[in-house]
Every structure is written in C-alpha cells, then in structure tokens.
Design a binder for this molecule. Structure first.
Ligand SMILES: *Cc1c(COP(=O)(O)O)cnc(C)c1O
Length: 363
C-alpha cells in the first residue's frame, strides 16, 4: 500500500467540474480583487459560522495580525497563548510588537491548560489567544469567562478548526475575533493562500475592513496604517464551492476518527472535550518510540507528519525571550512523542485498517 498523509486529488476529483467552472467564471470576468465572489463568500461563511461578519484576508497569519491590530494591541502589551501550536500564532503577536506569554498544554486534550491561564495575567496582559488545536475545540467557554473577568480581549485561533463546535456553537465565534486559515491542506482549503476573520462587533468589523485594504476608507484616502491582505476572487470562488461540502467532509473525518479509535484501543490519542466536536484536521497519536514508529510506517508505505517537532518557546527566532528546555514540559514531551496519521474524508476503510494494524504490530 502507498498511503499519502493527505491526498487532495481525491477531493478534487469529486468537485472538479464545479471548481473549474467557478475559476473560469472569475477569469472570464477579469475581476480579481474585492469583487462579488468575495462579497458572497463572506456572507456565506458568516452564515455557516452563525456570526455577524466574516472578512476574507490573504492568509490565516495575516488574519491574526489584523485581528490584534484591530484591537489596538502592540508594543508593551502581553498576549497569553500556548507553546504547542503552529508558529504563526506567536508570530502574529510579535509582528504587532507585543510579547507572547505561554501557558503549557493539557496532557490529554493537547489544548491550552485552562487552569494555568489566570496565573499568567499581569497588568500588561491585553488578550488571550487560545488555539483550537488539531481542529478540536479548546475549553473556550471557560476561557471566555476568564477573559471577561479580567477585561481582556479574546481572539480565537481557529485556523485549523472550520466547523468544529463547543456546546453546539462553532468555534471562532465565542471571542471578540476568530481567525481561520484556508491554506490548501486545511479542512476548508483554497487553491493558494487565504484566510478569514470573524466577528460579531460592528466597530471591530469596520477596523478590519480598513486594515486589510491599505487602511483605505475611500479610494486613495487612508485613515489607518493598513496592509494589503485580501482574499482574492479566484480563492473566494473555490471556497464557495467547498463550503457546500465542508460539513459532509468533516462528518466523514469524524467517522474515520471513530474507526481509528476502535482499532487503536491500546494507543494513546488526542482526547476531545465531551462538550466539543472536532473536525479532525489531523489525527494524533502518542508513542514512546515515535521516531522509530514513523520510520517503520514509512517503510510500510504510510506517510505521517509531526505537528509540531519543536515547541514555539524553543524556536531559534524566540531565543531572545529567554526560555529554556523544561519551561513547558507537557508541550516539550508532546513534541517528542506525537505522530499525525493520515486523515481525510476520502481515506478508505481498508487503508485505515492497514494503518492501524501496522501501528499495532510495531514493537
Ligand atoms: C495554519 C495555521 C495558521 C496560519 O495560517 P496560514 O494561512 O498558513 O497563514 C495559524 N495558526 C494555526 C494554528 C495554523 O494551523
């Protein structure tokens, strides 16, 4: 067998005609930036999330940067987040001139350890930026209470978590702002870079619209120091097609996860909060001999990845923050033991059986 970590061809073959039509419509119109496709996508995505507004931007990273800027977060401010995430979560905080303050992960859910958040709040803290990691929700209602009690902004990094829910409500809609990535490999992926910001707040919405478009209120009149970060028409057109399928694909991923859970009963895997529903962006297991297991699976034709091999506080770019090994032991331990198995809606039952069997027989 030869099983890819993610096979986007299988998805494309289901929607080929619709996507090709959507792209050629844009190309035939020769209108590429801030047009009807984006306008419609923003409405449709807001409807999907059950929130007031969404704004399409150039990437998830840009979404986070614009979100923090829209809230006035910058130099001298602290933002609480986690060391076990994709680097972009922290990069956005430093890009606006603020300082990331890390809270370690919970050892079973891998989400930010809610219990530890309040201990890290100082006079400089402006916001909490938790991640819905691997597409599973963090304990967002409790985090929202903490933010409220301390008058902090809440920005959700839902870059991986399109359609995931907590107590039946879509993640990314609990806080002041939520952000999503449409990187091609995400559950809702564009055919290039892309991202979206969601909010229920009219003022924040207006600021975001300015910031993503050169701070422009009227053509060639600029009210704020904005950037150029807009979801382009081709990407919006592709995403409008895919948005019609996202629930089906997420449900199929949940079925695959169930199958993995059943077949991997002796293996430790990510726990989802009982109040939550994951979109299974990735399927994570823990193994004490992770590197050898990954090599073994590779020899058996199974491609896997590690999300992520080095926690953010130990990345070279953050040397200046002065963290050292041992500061966040759960995140560090996870980096050494986690492995992401193939997970996508089109993965076949026999493929999961083969993967699970291969994991189980490894010694
Ligand atoms: C993918 C991702 C981002 C960044 O999104 P891009 O669209 O790649 O810029 C941010 N945070 C997390 C957790 C992600 O997985």
């Amino acid at each position: 067998m030869d099983i890819k970590f993610l096979d986007l061809h299988r998805q494309y073959s289901q929607i080929k005609e619709e996507v090709n039509d959507a792209i050629s419509t844009v190309v035939n119109n020769q209108y590429f930036i801030l047009g009807k496709e984006l306008e419609n996508f923003e409405k449709e995505y807001a409807l999907y999330l059950n929130t007031k507004y969404t704004v399409g931007v150039g990437s998830g990273t840009d979404g986070l940067i614009i979100a923090l800027r829209a809230l006035g977060i910058g130099k001298g401010d602290e933002v609480i987040t986690q060391p076990n995430s994709f680097i972009a979560t922290a990069l956005a905080i430093t890009q606006v001139g603020a300082t990331p303050v890390f809270v370690d992960a919970d050892k079973d859910t891998y989400q930010i350890n809610t219990q530890e958040i309040e201990k890290k709040i100082t006079k400089k803290t402006k916001a909490i930026l938790p991640v819905h990691l691997y597409g599973a929700p963090c304990e967002i209602d409790r985090i929202k209470e903490i933010a409220k009690a301390h008058k902090l902004f809440l920005v959700e990094d839902a870059a991986q978590a399109h359609g995931a829910t907590y107590k039946g409500k879509k993640v990314g809609t609990f806080g002041d702002i939520g952000i999503y990535s449409f990187y091609p490999g995400k559950n809702l992926g564009a055919y290039g870079d892309g991202g979206a910001i969601s909010t229920n707040n009219d003022d924040i919405y207006k600021r975001i619209l300015l910031l993503r478009n050169y701070g422009q209120s009227k053509k060639y009149f600029h009210d704020s120091i904005g950037i150029n970060s807009r979801l382009d028409e081709i990407q919006a057109a592709v995403l409008r097609v895919k948005l019609r399928y996202i629930d089906r694909w997420n449900n199929e991923r949940n079925e695959k996860a169930k199958q993995y859970h059943k077949l991997l009963d002796n293996i430790k895997y990510q726990v989802v909060y009982p109040e939550g529903m994951s979109n299974y962006h990735v399927f994570i297991i823990e193994h004490p001999k992770r590197d050898k297991l990954q090599q073994y699976l590779h020899e058996k034709g199974i491609q896997t990845l590690i999300h992520y091999p080095l926690p953010i506080h130990l990345q070279k770019c953050y040397n200046y923050l002065g963290y050292k090994i041992g500061d966040f032991p759960i995140s560090e331990g996870l980096s050494d033991t986690i492995l992401s198995l193939p997970m996508y809606a089109e993965l076949k039952e026999q493929e999961i059986e083969y993967i699970a069997k291969t994991v189980r027989i490894f010694r």
